[in-house]
Design a protein around this ligand. Structure first.
Ligand code: SF4
Length: 298
């Protein structure tokens, strides 16, 4: 069995910078304590556990505003996913020190939504319900943004005669959004489209689809809550027509997936620490040699 290391994979610059910033803040003696991260700095259990060691408290929950009510003093860090204006206002009201680790690509989308809303557009934001990024982005102009996740959401719209613009979440797949955009264009031919899928997400997805074609199976290393990791599984299955599994680490690999497979590809989401992916690759290579030893003994 051959193990193909799909590249590029793993950490993007937004995740690297966010983690670096949290470590710097934690190590700076001038930082007001306690230090809280509003949400998980990135959606990966291992990455969050690493920050625990710096004495940083990660607050987990779906709604950033509700999480903020648990904080009454010290420093609050906004994650790479971004936060709404309401969260910023509330943190200031509470007199907290604020550190903003929002990814510049997410900030760019926030700026775009604000500009479009100011110009009178109604914004159709294609994103995942319950994910923090739509919560923050839609919070730029809550009265003017509709969240679109399913075909049903599109059918329920009644926006004839309005100036419309489509904006996408950064970590979706273009194949997904293309279908929704086509549906929107049919109903509202004048709609303007702003594809905000970030380059890191796009490059990882395109590489996974291209390189999966030479594989019998692809293993994606990432957390179940990581949107970009889940999308990697989806694009491999749908675009490369190969089986794909999401694993948090070696323990999640079911050896039965590997039976009879000659080539296994490995990739990882942009929030997955490299050592976890290296362990998975190492396991697969060992598994390969164990199988070959087994074959030789038979
Ligand atoms: Fe930024 Fe894209 Fe990385 Fe998200 S996946 S942190 S938007 S570079």
């Amino acid at each position: 069995m051959q193990v193909v290391r799909i590249t590029p994979r793993g950490y993007c610059y937004g995740v690297v910078d966010a983690q670096k910033l949290v470590r710097q803040v934690a190590e700076d003696p001038k930082t007001r304590k306690p230090i809280f991260v509003l949400g998980l700095i990135v959606h990966n259990r291992h990455a969050v556990e690493e920050l625990d060691r710096y004495g940083v408290v990660s607050l987990d929950g779906e709604n950033r505003l509700e999480l903020l009510e648990r904080v009454s003093e010290g420093t609050v860090i906004f994650t790479a996913h971004g936060v709404s204006q309401e969260v910023r206002r509330r943190a200031a009201e509470k007199g907290l020190d604020v550190v903003d680790a929002t990814c510049p690509d997410v900030t760019k989308t926030h700026d775009l939504i604000r500009t479009l809303a100011d110009e009178g557009y109604t914004v159709l934001y294609i994103g995942r319900r319950g994910h923090p990024e739509p919560e923050g982005a839609m919070g730029e102009a809550p009265d003017r943004v509709h969240l679109i996740e399913t075909a049903e959401d599109v059918r329920e719209l009644d926006l004839a005669g309005k100036r419309l613009a489509v904006v996408t979440q950064t970590t979706l797949s273009r194949w997904d959004t293309d279908a929704t955009i086509a549906q929107l264009r049919q109903l509202y031919p004048e709609v303007e489209v702003y594809n905000e899928i970030c380059l890191a997400t796009q490059l990882r997805q395109e590489a996974a689809v291209r390189q999966a074609e030479a594989c019998d199976l692809v293993i994606v290393v990432g957390d179940t809550r990581s949107n970009n990791s889940n999308r990697l599984v989806q694009v491999v299955k749908e675009q490369a027509a190969r089986p794909a599994y999401l694993v948090d680490g070696v323990d999640d690999i079911d050896p039965r997936w590997l039976e009879g497979k000659a080539t296994v590809g490995v990739t990882s989401g942009s929030s997955t620490p490299s050592p976890i992916t290296r362990d998975v690759i190492h396991f697969l290579e060992q598994f390969e040699s164990q199988s070959q030893v087994g074959d030789r003994r038979e």
